[in-house]
Design a protein around this ligand. Structure first.
Ligand SMILES: [Zn+2]
Length: 465
């Protein structure tokens, strides 16, 4: 049984796909006006684990992810300038150039974390017609209205709007009023933009298209509904996003989709908790805004970051610290380095009864709402067990389909004999408390391109990343 916590019903539910053996999965992608950071890394790693788990369970997954390259304003509630235009201004480039640059950077970063590329990557600017068509349907259904400044979705026409994900519309209206100046033509402060017109403070908006309501550009929310329905159908299985989407973006997606089709957009809504750095929100002004390349620059294998992510549950906040990453790196290498000298053909053909118990523990843990800390504990238990190496290797290979560490990256590291000898000498010096000699040997090993990780399992050599 595979259970997932559904934010819509606020409980763990048994997963059932709409079509047998197939799953449609949509994940809200990035607004490509800035660099992807390790917070994005966490969210998309956990999406990746979800996708890999579904595949492991025998589903054929169609994974769709959008790229927001227009219409996402500084405030999610339709206020301020377009993030893309602000980003372009800052970089001294065109909006199209920064969209290209940061999309590439995003997927390069995700590749480094072994996050599988989505089946379909769709850009908002490539789907303007689909968004116009959907807005037209909403106008025809009398749930959207045209004004001189924008076409708005009328939230009061969608009865469930105020209660989605446990939110209360009254509170939201007040929040909106306090935070931002509402559009003068809105009938309700929570009404949101479907199509913004090139007028008023958007008079000089750089990206714009013709539409039945005049020259302008789509609001941010409509792209996810238009593109998810195009590639996955009007109702699909799973929709994921960050917990910041619970209050505005996802209620809006649900309202506009369901008001157009009369059917729910997705059956399961999964939300990821945030990553903090040193107990604080990541921000450039605090100097704690890290990208995957910062992790590599400090000499870490980026997969250690993946191990760190998996070590906490996706619905709990994760506090990133450099010492935490160091511990994760040691964990990762201790877990996998025993395979360095095990040839692939040593993996057994069939499982023994004892191995099947470990395999079941693993499956039960990951199927419990993707409980990755419990899953890693099950992997450790297997590695520490007295199963023969051939069984362990066979199990690790299967587990890695879900974990995504990329075992071969660890298996094929053959440490040269002279480096191993230096390590032995260094350990000997350390044991006899000859620290200057031990430091000198460590430096020598370092110069040869290896790092020593001192772990509970002993000293491990790691090829420098
Ligand atoms: Zn979205």
């Amino acid at each position: 049984m595979f259970t997932l916590y559904n934010s819509l019903t606020r409980q763990k539910e048994e997963f059932h796909s709409i079509k047998p053996d197939r799953v449609g999965l949509y994940t809200c992608g990035m607004t490509v006006y800035d660099y992807a950071h390790i917070g994005h890394g966490r969210k998309y790693t956990m999406d990746d684990v979800l996708r890999r788990t579904l595949t492991f369970l025998g589903y054929q997954v169609t994974h769709v992810q959008n790229v927001t390259d227009v219409g996402h304003l500084v405030s999610d509630a339709d206020e301020g300038g377009d993030k893309m235009e602000k980003g372009a201004l800052k970089a001294g480039k065109t909006v199209w150039e920064i969209a290209e640059f940061f999309t590439q950077h995003f997927y390069d970063s995700m590749d480094r974390l072994h996050i599988l590329r989505p089946t379909v990557v769709c850009r908002a600017t490539d789907h303007i017609q689909e968004q116009i068509d959907l807005i037209q349907r909403l106008i025809d259904n009398n749930v959207a209205y045209d004004t001189p400044e924008a076409v708005y979705f009328e939230v009061s026409k969608f009865l469930e709007y105020g209660q989605l994900f446990g939110q209360k519309l009254d509170e939201k209206e007040i929040a909106v009023r306090e935070d931002v100046i509402t559009g003068s033509y809105k009938r309700n402060p929570a009404d949101f933009v479907l199509w913004a017109k090139r007028t008023g403070h958007h008079a000089n908006h750089i990206m714009h298209w013709d539409s039945p309501w005049g020259d302008g550009f789509p609001g941010w929310h409509i792209e996810c509904s238009a593109m998810s329905m195009k590639y996955l159908g009007e109702t699909f299985d799973i929709h994921t996003g960050g917990e910041d989407h619970l209050s505005i973006h996802h209620p809006n997606e649900i309202a506009q989709s369901q008001a157009a089709t009369g059917e729910p957009l997705a059956h399961y809504w999964i939300h990821h908790a945030f990553l903090m750095v040193d107990g604080q929100k990541m921000s450039k002004s605090l100097g704690n805004f890290y990208r995957v390349e910062d992790v590599i620059e400090r000499g870490f294998n980026p997969i250690s970051l993946r191990y760190l992510y998996l070590n906490s549950h996706y619905r709990k906040p994760l506090n990133f610290t450099w010492s935490g990453l160091e511990a994760a790196e040691k964990g990762l290498y201790s877990l996998l380095s025993w395979m360095q000298d095990v040839p692939a053909e040593e993996a057994d053909e069939a499982y023994t009864q004892d191995s099947l118990i470990h395999r079941n523990n693993f499956i039960q843990s990951i199927c419990d709402d993707l409980n990755t800390p419990k899953t890693l504990a099950a992997v450790w238990e297997m590695v520490r067990s007295d199963l023969p190496r051939g069984q362990k290797l066979k199990l690790m290979r299967e587990f890695d389909e879900v974990l995504g560490f990329g075992l071969d990256d660890f298996r094929h590291i053959v440490i040269p004999e002279d480096v191993k000898e230096l390590l032995d000498a260094r350990n000997e010096a350390r044991n006899s408390k000859d620290y200057s000699k031990s430091d000198q040997l460590r430096d020598q090993i370092d110069q040869l391109g290896y790092t020593i990780l001192d772990t509970k399992e002993g000293s491990i050599l790691r090829k420098k990343y």
